[in-house]
Design a protein around this ligand. Structure first.
Ligand SMILES: Nc1nc2c(c(=O)[nH]1)N[C@H]1C(S)=C(S)[C@@H](COP(=O)(O)OP(=O)(O)OC[C@H]3O[C@@H](n4cnc5c(N)ncnc54)[C@H](O)[C@@H]3O)O[C@H]1N2
Ligand code: MOO
Length: 409
């Protein structure tokens, strides 16, 4: 094997292993981020609760705080109202035997009380409160630490900071977290045939759709990608633009010009100036994908996706997303499975990423309906679908009801 030889036409699992290794070696640095600005980011360091939640026993309802033991026999005369306790106020005096305190939701439970009765189930008669319905001891009281105890692990490295996680951290008073720096990504579309929407279309030209596809997919990952003007099929122009982006970004994502045609300049350029990790993955669609180190084009990683629009979607989800996850040290994603809603005949031995529509069956299981429009130019089928159906290399005839892996998008 020559020194410049690289894996060519490799199984998808091998491509994924290379992606994990390359991304792992380029793990992005940590940075301290205000919790309020950490939405969607990857956590770099665990967060341990320094306070309990709730921080104090408090009322879950508006009503009266009382001692449950007093209720037996208090039906007639009721309890003596001795004070009030509102949320946000310091704890008022407590209640002694036969006494109760007016309370609002979230207010600290007054000393001596152990139960809250809803306002609707009481009658106030002067200074006395009668309880209309029996109530269990401890009812409508939210206990200190019942949700989070001091020292609990409340967020782990590799976890995405979802709105609910950010809210939990905020509830615990965590004002800043260590996150992984977000990868910067430059997006390129290449091809002499490409025209921007809003411009007239001559015969032989096509509107550029891949750029918006990639920009949208990247934004859905919480990233802030930069799109370059469309590149012509001109080796010098491509080299110059990629050299520029190769210095300035963590990842350069290109689409088109990576296959075997006379105008497909990317493979030769990256072999000459960079270091190719692999070219061509035994998947369908998306086979011509190429991953390379920028070399003299700059320190960026280069992931070159094929031009066919559905191939861009499939290779983004199957290759680019694992690469971005690896760069950020993201914990493994959930794997989703569904039952095929219709049979499918697979006629090749590449791994297939077929388009399908998810639905829920009567019995609550997930179904996926494969779309027969499986050409890699059939963007309408991809837009009408909402998941890629992953069909193993060895699969051939699949029956309705067979369980398959799906990648929702
Ligand atoms: N002899 C061979 N021909 C092809 C092979 C092969 O291995 N040997 N692979 C096929 C496969 S599979 C794919 S996928 C395509 C990928 O080719 P490229 O990556 O070089 O992509 P292009 O040729 O530049 O474009 C393919 C197709 O997609 C359209 N396109 C490109 N960019 C955009 C864009 N930004 N927006 C919308 N549409 C775009 C382009 O017009 C072409 O129709 O190659 C096969 N051929
Ligand atoms: O591998 Mo290509 O993406 O099928 O058209």
């Amino acid at each position: 094997m020559a020194d410049d030889a690289f894996p060519l036409r490799i199984p998808y699992a091998q491509a994924l292993a290379i992606i994990e290794r390359v991304a792992g070696a380029r793990r992005l640095p940590q940075e301290h981020t205000a919790t309020a600005r950490a939405h969607g980011r990857m956590l770099a360091r665990e967060v341990v609760a320094e306070v309990a939640m709730p921080a104090f026993d408090n009322a879950a309802m508006d009503g009266f705080a009382l001692r449950h033991a007093d209720l037996a026999g208090a039906e007639g005369a009721g309890l003596l109202l001795v004070g009030e306790q509102f949320a946000g106020a310091a704890t008022a005096a407590g209640a002694g035997p036969g006494e109760c305190v007016r309370i609002t939701t979230g207010a600290p439970l007054p000393p001596g009380t152990d139960t809250v009765v809803m306002k609707e189930n009481t009658v106030v008669d002067g200074a006395r409160v009668r309880i209309l319905e029996p109530v269990a001891s401890g009812r409508h009281v939210r206990r200190r630490g019942e949700d989070v105890r001091v020292g609990d692990l409340v967020a782990s490295p590799g976890e995405v900071l979802t709105p609910a996680r950010v809210a939990l951290l905020s509830a615990l008073g965590v004002a800043g977290v260590d996150t992984v720096r977000r990868p910067t990504v430059a997006v390129f579309a290449t091809g002499d045939e490409l025209v921007e929407p809003g411009m007239p279309l001559a015969h032989g030209q096509v509107y550029n759709s891949n750029r918006e596809l990639l920009m949208g997919l990247l934004r859905a990952e919480g990233l802030d990608p930069v799109a370059w003007p469309t590149l012509p099929d001109d080796p010098a122009a491509i080299e110059s633009a990629l050299r520029h982006a190769g210095e300035a970004f963590d990842l350069v994502l290109t689409c088109g010009g990576v296959s075997a045609g006379e105008k497909d300049h990317l493979p030769a350029l990256l072999q000459r100036r960079g270091h190719v990790y692999f070219w061509k993955v035994l998947m369908r669609p998306g086979m011509p994908a190429l991953l390379a180190d920028g070399g003299t084009l700059g320190p960026a990683l280069f992931l070159c996706l094929p031009g066919n629009p559905v191939s861009v979607l499939a290779t983004f989800l199957a290759l680019a997303r694992p690469l971005l996850d690896g760069l950020q040290g993201r914990a493994p994603r959930k794997r989703w499975r569904a039952r095929l809603a219709a049979p499918w005949d697979k006629r090749h031995d590449r791994l297939e990423f077929l388009r399908g529509r998810l639905a829920s069956s009567e019995d609550g299981s997930l179904l996926v309906e494969p779309d027969p429009a499986d050409g890699s130019h059939r963007m309408r089928a991809a837009a009408d679908a909402d998941a890629l159906i992953v069909l193993d290399e060895g699969a051939r005839r699949l029956e309705a009801g067979d369980v398959v892996q799906v990648l929702p998008y």
